[in-house]
Design a binder for this molecule. Sequence first.
Ligand SMILES: [Zn+2]
Length: 327
Amino acid sequence: MSELTYATSLYYKHSGRLDAGRFAFALAGGMTCAIAGATAFAYIEVYMPIIYGTFLLILGFGCALGWMNARLMKWARVRNLQVVGTSGFLIGFAALYWAWIIWFYAYIQRFVPPAGNPLAVVTPLKLLLHPVGMWMFLKLFYTVGPWTVFKDLHPTGIFLAFLWLLEAGVILGCAAAIPVRKIREIPFCENCRTWGQTRQILRTKVAPNAEIRQNMEQKKFEYLQTLGPPDDPDHWTHFSLQGCSACDTTQTLTVDRFQITYDPKTKKPKTSSKSILRHLRLTPEETVQVCTVAALVSAPISPTEPAKVVNVEVDSLGATQVPPEAS
Ligand SMILES: [Zn+2]
């Protein structure tokens, strides 16, 4: 994407840049932490007494990798989602491959008697340097099955391969997708070289999504006054700003629809949301304008005075002007 496209498109998009020095450091640090985590993960997997907890362990490990990758990519100021995803995948792959190596080693240590057994000389380093040996172990376990489930069932063959692929998919998927999802959600101010923050500004009644989107894209913020505050505490439209807290160069508007539903039996509330628009770019003047209208909509209305639609104007310096009431 060119600088011009980045600056003029209707919706915010990352610039595609990154801080090369920080990125290299983050990638190396991520690999080191992933390998340390994979060692602990593999030992827990081999020694865990409850085999059925394995899936939770795999999911937890994948989420921890994804969370770590997101923190690292944010620290490295990576504003390129392809780089974020690829880095996450590579760190996840390193973690997965090392976990396999440690798992074979720990399994042999635990279950294979060392006396007179040729497998007793296997070490993690030898397995790392001999992928062919890893492949032989894989084929051996594919045939005999390493676990027993439901008392006497040994998953082998295609079923075991499916479980291995599931494990790889969860770990690689979480390691790559979580950071992409998190970095995509935060605009970056190229002016201040910092990530943006979110400000909740307004809740209104619900309205057709297309209607809200059209008015916001055309920057008709006075439309928000026709919506007014929510009339249903369980169903509303939510407006928030994401942008730089130090300057007005990078400000964006996001609109979601929220709904709370209750379980018919337990009456437990469940909140769900649907995106109406994400990261609509705002100029400094438009940011002031939308904040002013939001304050007017949120302001308590006197019971003796009906709500009125007020046209808000912003002068060339960005100062807000609210026309006086007609007498
Ligand atoms: Zn800024």
